[in-house]
Design a protein around this ligand. Structure first.
Ligand code: DCT
Ligand code: MG
Length: 342
């Protein structure tokens, strides 16, 4: 829960190491290796806080957030100016094809590996010969669009179009741009729009969006396609709309998520959909240490857990509506979104 204002590029003496570890984190993220991705990202955050150059394993181990294995990598980069593991990921042809295939929207390691085992080696192979789901087909057709980062100003332009359509349907609807945009990123992987209305239930908000706003945005030529979600958990059902949008006159498709949030859950949803993911993990862990539970719906108290930390009681809702109140009840200082980069 420490303040984080990102890197001051001119000052940090570990920029080269951070850059190499960042490439590895990106690689592990693309191959769905959650644990390695998180440990690399934690090490990067820790190094960004250092004011001295970290050259040895011993120095690195002394820093909270850097474990033994990562410490060896830090030393390797400092000594050799490179990382063997990174080079092997770049040169191994199977790794390269795996990364290529996993770059397709919603394609994970199992699907990408299956395609390789079936003998496919390029996107052209997949287009011509592979058995693709409708989403995979869209992902493949818009491979570069969905993989490229979206400049902040463009995220704003997409959000404004949705905001206008919402106001036309119901003047009381509120829309907040969440995700990396709310954390101040210069560019974003997708457009996360958190939508609510004072005193309204999920059902009421979803009805306005699904019956009026979304059809209107399709008719205007802004929304291009809806993307079915197979991964959504049962609790998420009906609270999200995933798709793609394009600005007037542009051929570029962007990934856009509309997140329908009941008014009573607005604060908890703001925290969750602002992230980043590691910040969310740590604030949830903090809640659980204080015998509370935080999720995208609210902060709950009186939670009883068993020996393996499994929940015995659901607990009672302490706060859902106000982001500030949730921080307050958790006993941590308010963090503006730009400081939630872990
Ligand atoms: N989130 C999370 N855990 C995940 C994925 C997402 O807590 N495993 C939360 C935090 C961010 C928010 O959902 C939106 O998710 P993304 O759009 O995937 O991430 P982002 O932070 O907006 O980054 P990007 O710029 O890549 O979209
Ligand atoms: Mg996002």
């Amino acid at each position: 829960m420490r303040k984080n204002e990102g890197t001051s590029k001119s000052k940090n003496p570990n920029l080269r190491t951070i850059e190499m570890l960042g490439k590895m984190a990106y690689y592990y993220d693309r191959i769905d290796d959650r644990w390695r991705t998180i440990s690399y990202r934690k090490a990067i955050t820790a190094l960004k806080r250092q004011t001295d150059y970290i050259a040895t394993r011993e120095q690195a181990i002394g820093i909270p957030g850097i474990g033994e294995r990562l410490a060896s990598k830090v030393e390797e980069i400092a000594c050799t100016n490179k990382l063997r593991r990174l080079e092997s990921t770049v040169t191994d042809p199977n790794d390269r094809i795996l990364l290529l295939f996993m770059g397709i929207y919603q394609v994970g390691l199992p699907t990408a590996s299956r395609w390789i085992a079936q003998g496919h080696q390029s996107l052209e192979d997949l287009k011509a010969k592979a058995d693709l789901t409708p989403n995979q087909k869209i992902g493949l057709d818009h491979y570069n669009d969905f993989l490229s980062r979206i400049p902040r100003s463009e995220v704003m332009a997409h959000a404004e179009i949705v905001r206008r359509a919402c106001s036309n349907a119901d003047a009381q609807i509120q829309l907040v741009v969440g995700g990396s945009y709310r954390r101040g990123s210069a560019d974003c992987g997708d457009i996360d729009l958190i939508i609510t209305k004072e005193s309204a239930s999920l059902e009421q908000i979803r009805t306005i969006l699904v019956d009026t706003v979304i059809p209107q945005l399709f008719q205007d030529g802004f929304l291009q396609v809806g993307l079915a979600t197979s991964r959504s958990r049962s609790t998420d059902r009906g609270s999200k709309w995933h798709g793609a949008s394009a600005l007037p006159g542009s051929q570029v498709w962007r990934r856009i998520d509309l997140l329908f949030v009941p008014w009573d859950e607005f604060g908890a949803a703001l925290i969750y959909f602002t992230g980043n993911d590691i910040f969310n993990r740590s604030i949830r862990l903090l809640a659980s240490r204080k015998k509370m539970r935080l999720n995208q719906h609210g902060l709950y108290g009186d939670i009883m857990r068993g020996e393996k930390r499994e929940r015995i009681t659901q607990g009672k809702l302490l706060e859902g509506r106000s982001e500030e109140r949730i921080f307050d009840i958790l006993g941590v200082p308010w963090r503006p979104p730009e400081h939630r980069i872990c």
